[in-house]
Design a protein around this ligand. Structure first.
Ligand code: SF4
Ligand code: SF4
Length: 376
C-alpha cells in the first residue's frame, strides 16, 4: 500500500470504472434490488444506489432515498462477498458410463476476471478468513481457488455504521487496512483514493488524478471516525474462547433457543461461514450423475447427524455450537475469530436475535451489556 492519497472528483467516477474495465475486469458493484443493496455486474455509474441510506436493527432492514449524490453512504446489505467465491450451489464432478465402465470428469467453474467495487472493511476481513479456510490449509479447494484467481478489489471506507455494526470491537473497521487494490473514502463531491497494490497504482496513474489536499484528507478521516464512534454494539474485551467454553451450561443458551427458529439465515448471510453439504444428482436414465455442493448450516438437523446419531438434537445445542465455534474454537482451527463484526446475522434473523447481546450476557451479564435499543 502506498501512502499517497489522490482525489477523484465524482464526475470522473464513470471514467474510473472504464479504466478498470479496460483491464478486462467485469465490474461487480452494489445495486438496489427488491428493497436491499446487493452486488451485481454493471458498467454504468447510474446503476449504483445513489442517495440511498439504510436503517438496520435486529430483524429489520430498510433502505430509503436521501436525495444526495453519494453512492456508498449505506452500511452493508445482506450480500457479503462470499457467494462470489464460494458458490451457494455448484457441480463438483460428473460421472457417466461409457463402453469400458464409467468416467469421472471434474467440473471446475468457468470464471471471468472481476472487479468488486465497494467492498467494506468487514467483508475484506472475511475474505481473508475464507482464504485461510479454502486456500491455506492442507487441502486447497479448487473451485474457490479458480474464482479467486483474478479479482480486483476496490474497498470503500465506511462513513456510516448501522446500529448492528460492531467491526470496531471485532478489530476490522470501519477503515479498510489491507486486502484491497484501491480504497476510496467518499465525500460530498468526490473520493479520497489510495492504491493498495501494483495494479491499483497502475489504474490510478491512468486516471491522472491530483493529490488530495489537506482539507479532503481531514474530511475523509473525520467521516470514518464518525462511523467508528457511532457504533453502539461491542463484544466483551476478554478472551471469548475461554469464557464461552467456561459457560457451556449458562441458562442463556436455553433462553436463546426458545426464540431461535433454527432457520439458518444467520449462517447464510455470514461472510465467513463455510459449511456445506454434498449430494449426488443422478440422471433419470441412470447413465450419469452430477455431484453437487450446496451451502449448509449448523442450525439444520442433518448437520449434526453422524453415524446414526444426532449430536445436536436441540436448538440449544445448535446455537451454542454456532456461537462457540464462531468466537471460540475458530481460533484453534484458523488462528483468528470467525466473526468480523458485520452484524448481518442480527439484521437478517427473523427472530431478531442479537448475537452481541447473547455473548455479552453469557460472558458476564449486565456488566458488559450496554448497547442502545438492544439493552436489557
Ligand atoms: S439465530 Fe436467528 S437467523 Fe439464526 S437460526 Fe436462529 S432464528 Fe434463524
Ligand atoms: S457472526 Fe454475525 S456479525 Fe459475525 S461475521 Fe458472521 S454475520 Fe457478521
Amino acid at each position: 500500500m502506498t501512502d499517497k492519497l489522490f482525489y477523484l472528483p465524482r464526475e470522473r467516477f464513470q471514467f474510473f470504472l472504464t479504466c478498470i474495465s479496460n483491464h478486462c475486469y467485469q465490474c461487480i458493484g452494489p445495486q438496489l434490488r427488491d428493497g436491499a443493496i446487493l452486488y451485481e455486474a454493471f458498467t454504468s455509474v447510474e446503476a449504483l444506489p445513489k442517495g440511498y441510506r439504510d436503517s438496520q436493527k435486529p430483524g429489520e432492514y430498510r433502505v430509503k432515498q436521501n436525495g444526495d449524490q453519494r453512492f456508498f453512504a449505506w452500511a452493508n446489505g445482506p450480500q457479503a462477498l462470499k457467494p462470489l467465491f464460494f458458490a451457494p450451489e455448484e457441480p463438483m464432478w460428473r460421472a457417466h458410463k461409457n463402453d469400458e465402465g464409467f468416467v469421472v470428469d471434474g467440473l471446475l467453474p468457468e470464471t471471468k476476471s472481476i472487479a468488486v467495487i465497494g467492498a467494506r472493511a468487514c467483508d475484506l476481513a472475511a475474505l481473508k478468513i475464507q482464504d485461510k479456510v479454502f486456500l491455506q490449509g492442507d487441502y486447497i479447494d479448487p473451485y474457490y481457488a479458480r474464482r479467486r484467481e483474478s479479482v480486483f478489489l476496490v474497498g470503500v471506507n465506511c462513513t456510516h455504521s448501522a446500529s448492528t455494526c460492531f467491526c470496531v470491537s471485532a478489530g476490522n473497521g470501519p477503515r479498510c487496512d489491507s486486502g484491497f487494490d484501491i480504497v476510496l473514502t467518499e465525500l460530498d463531491d468526490g473520493f479520497v483514493v489510495q492504491a493498495g497494490s501494483e495494479m491499483g497504482g497502475i489504474i490510478l496513474s491512468e486516471l491522472n488524478l491530483g493529490t488530495a489536499i489537506e482539507e479532503q484528507i481531514l474530511l475523509s478521516n473525520s467521516a470514518t471516525e464518525y462511523a467508528a464512534t457511532t457504533q453502539t454494539r461491542s463484544l466483551p474485551e476478554e478472551d471469548l474462547r475461554k469464557t464461552l467454553f467456561a459457560n457451556l451450561h449458562h441458562e442463556r443458551w436455553e433462553n436463546v433457543a426458545e426464540r431461535c427458529l433454527s432457520c439458518g439465515n444467520c449462517t447464510q448471510v455470514c461472510p465467513t461461514c463455510f459449511c456445506h453439504t454434498e449430494a449426488e444428482v443422478p440422471a433419470l436414465d441412470g447413465n450419469s450423475s452430477v455431484h453437487m455442493r450446496q451451502w449448509a448450516s449448523c442450525f439444520s438437523e442433518g448437520h449434526g447427524y453422524i453415524h446414526g446419531m444426532q449430536t445436536r438434537p436441540e436448538i440449544t445445542h445448535r446455537y451454542r455450537q454456532w456461537l462457540t465455534h464462531k468466537l471460540g474454537s475458530w481460533h484453534d482451527q484458523f488462528g483468528t475469530s470467525g466473526c468480523v463484526g458485520c452484524g448481518r446475522c442480527m439484521t437478517w434473523c427473523p427472530a431478531a436475535i442479537d448475537m452481541v447481546e447473547e455473548v455479552n450476557i453469557i460472558c458476564g451479564g449486565d456488566r458488559f451489556w450496554q448497547s442502545g435499543e438492544g439493552a436489557l
